[in-house]
Design a protein around this ligand. Structure first.
Ligand code: PMV
Length: 320
């Protein structure tokens, strides 16, 4: 029996992934670009050769659906594998609405590979993490990461690629936690519904693909004003494509709008702050580290709680 432990940070997309061109492989309709964020992290221990397949998540037994996804990925990595025990835990509250599936699947492929004897390249692991959850392919790497759309039908050219390490740029992501009070539509369900029913979807794909090279350039030149504008419009266009679905899909809660208006108010006051939102009501705001306290104070008027995150490093094996 071999055991390995790995950790990974979540990431937030500045240029969003929304739409699958291949559902089984999680191949995207468009490229995306993200920032990996600390100190939040997932820690996952894999015991290769356990009595039976078993999984815990944050100290409780994983649900049937959660376990099915994790073991399906291990089957894909190692057909004919022995039974495996997985223990995974997030250091951050799930209520923060931060993509725990991204850090979760990144940590899982890394720990599973190490427990099974290792030997896979980071690129291969990034492709495998993508199959678990699309955004997980970006959490294998630290800092600024691009996930190109790719053209290969099997997705060999569609995985997270590092653009710049965490140390490249000392920015902050301020997360305004807004309570929605109802269960949300999962990202896969929301994406598939948008692709199938929104007449705005093709326009979203064109705009999203055009944004990625511009955002890449803004990251390289550390141009926050340019990157912030791209980030905000990417999120709004993604949510716009959902509003055009039938029936319409909307992740905004009243508190999300309060936070978005607070961000525009900050900009009017001369503070460089730009917002993004994912498949949930929380609002994430990018700013310079010097402005984080001011941004957090302003957002705490609109949100239940505020978390300040900084660029984080790559996923890594801690115990092997
Ligand atoms: O990786 P998934 O299936 O959880 O989808 C992520 C979708 C968004 O968070 C809305 C956008 C993104 O690029 O992370």
């Amino acid at each position: 029996m071999r055991t390995a432990t790995a950790t990974a940070h979540p990431n937030i997309a500045l240029c969003k992934y929304w739409g699958k061109r291949d559902r089984g492989r999680n191949l995207p309709t468009n490229g995306s670009l993200s920032l990996t964020l600390a100190p939040f992290q997932t820690t996952t221990t894999v015991r290769w050769g356990a009595p039976v397949d078993a999984a815990t998540l944050d100290g409780r037994a994983a649900s049937t659906d959660e376990a099915r996804k994790m073991f399906a990925l291990l089957d894909r990595m190692h057909p004919g594998r022995p039974p495996v025990a997985i223990d995974t835990a997030n250091s951050f509250p799930t209520a923060a609405g931060l993509a725990s599936s991204a850090s979760g699947f990144a940590a899982l492929v890394l720990a599973a590979d190490a427990a099974a004897g290792g030997g896979r390249s980071l690129e291969e692991l990034a492709r495998l993490a993508r199959v678990g959850s699309g955004s997980a392919t970006r959490s294998l790497h630290g800092g600024w990461v691009e996930w190109p759309r790719g053209t290969d039908p099997e997705g060999r050219d569609s995985h997270g690629v590092p653009l710049a390490p965490a140390e490249h740029w000392d920015v902050r992501m301020v997360v305004a936690v807004v309570r929605a009070g109802r269960k949300e539509t999962g990202s896969t369900e929301g994406m598939n519904h948008t692709v199938a029913t929104s007449p705005f979807f093709p326009a979203w794909v064109d705009a999203a693909e055009a944004d990625v090279p511009e955002a890449r350039d803004a990251v390289r030149t550390r141009d926050l004003e340019r990157l912030g504008a791209i980030m905000e419009r990417s999120a709004m266009r993604m949510h716009g494509s959902m509003l055009g679905a039938d029936p319409w899909l909307c992740y905004f809660a009243p508190g999300s709008l309060l936070a978005l208006h607070a961000v525009r108010g900050l900009r009017r006051d001369g503070v460089g702050a730009w917002a993004t939102m994912d498949a949930g009501p929380n609002v994430k705001v990018l700013c310079e580290s010097n402005d984080a306290a001011r941004v957090a104070a302003e957002l705490s008027e609109a949100a239940e709680r505020v978390e300040v995150l900084a660029p984080g490093g790559p996923a890594h094996v801690t115990v092997a």
